[in-house]
Design a protein around this ligand. Sequence first.
Ligand code: CAA
Ligand code: NAI
Length: 246
Amino acid sequence: MKLKDKVAIITGGAGGIGSETARLFGKEGAKVAIADFSEDEGEKTAAELRESGIDCIFVKVNVADPHSAEQMAEQVTDQFGKIDILINNAGITRDAMLKKLSKEQWQQVIDVNLSGVFHCTQAVLPYMTALGSGSIINTSSVVGVHGNVGQTNYAATKAGVIGMTKTWAKELGPKGIRVNAVAPGFVDTAMVASVPEKIMETLIEKVPLKKLGRPEDIANAYLFLSSEEAAYVNGTVLEVTGGLVI
Ligand code: CAA
Ligand code: NAI
């Protein structure tokens, strides 16, 4: 088991990539906190994982709210005694062409995808520092590296996440905390369901593997970066895109 007795918080863990990650981390021996805004989905996923023998709790959090992120870290520590791994996976899209993008759409995405990563990382930091070790993984996107039509707000956040990852890798490395990012390509979850079919077909055509990624493909990347196998990997951005941009 690659994560035996580790405690992992997975934000956005109720569904999509996050719930696959919770399942995989649980199978690898981790105690898992599914931290999500969606209470119904989160409780349901946590109950399913517990039925399969995984030590798992649901924690309600709005990552956009710093106080809520602090409560999340406290609750997980009260329950499991420590925090070894934080997967900053919660994210949203509010797509629009630049000329139509509203201030609300801009701010909502900034609050969750960028400020949310800052809030959750700041909230777990005292616990990881006390432990003298930790692994933080931030979820970027191929869109943060290469841009995408209709995603000004989202691209800004996913590029920002890379900047924070590299900064924290330098700042927290001396404290024994590794910080890395994963930049997925297009993955088959609710998030891509909103993309018009014609655009989706064009996007898949551009992928050399000619298919969408599966949530498991990203969960496996999170697992590698969280595990001892990545003990000397720090400040990297792992692209998992099927070769979409090469
Ligand atoms: N790639 C290439 N061209 C695109 C495009 C894309 N991703 N998105 C839009 N376009 C093109 C359209 O084909 C259209 O071209 P024509 O004028 O030649 O027909 C033009 O841009 C304008 O598009 P719409 O007519 O659809 O404009 P709209 O105002 O009605 O809608 C939109 C704009 C909401 C951005 C809509 O086009 C859309 O949803 N596009 C998809 C955006 C996208 O790719 N989102 C990814 C979501 S998944 C995700 O974000 C996960 C991740 O990290 C990868
Ligand atoms: P999803 O939409 O299936 O799941 C996102 C989860 O985040 C949901 O459970 C939602 O309730 C939760 N969430 C949203 N706002 C929240 C908030 N304020 N506080 C707490 N939780 C909140 O999305 P998916 O596809 O699983 O995406 C996961 C991550 O991967 C996101 O950061 C996304 O940007 C990123 N990503 C996804 C890609 C894709 O193609 N699906 C590609 C590249 C990156």
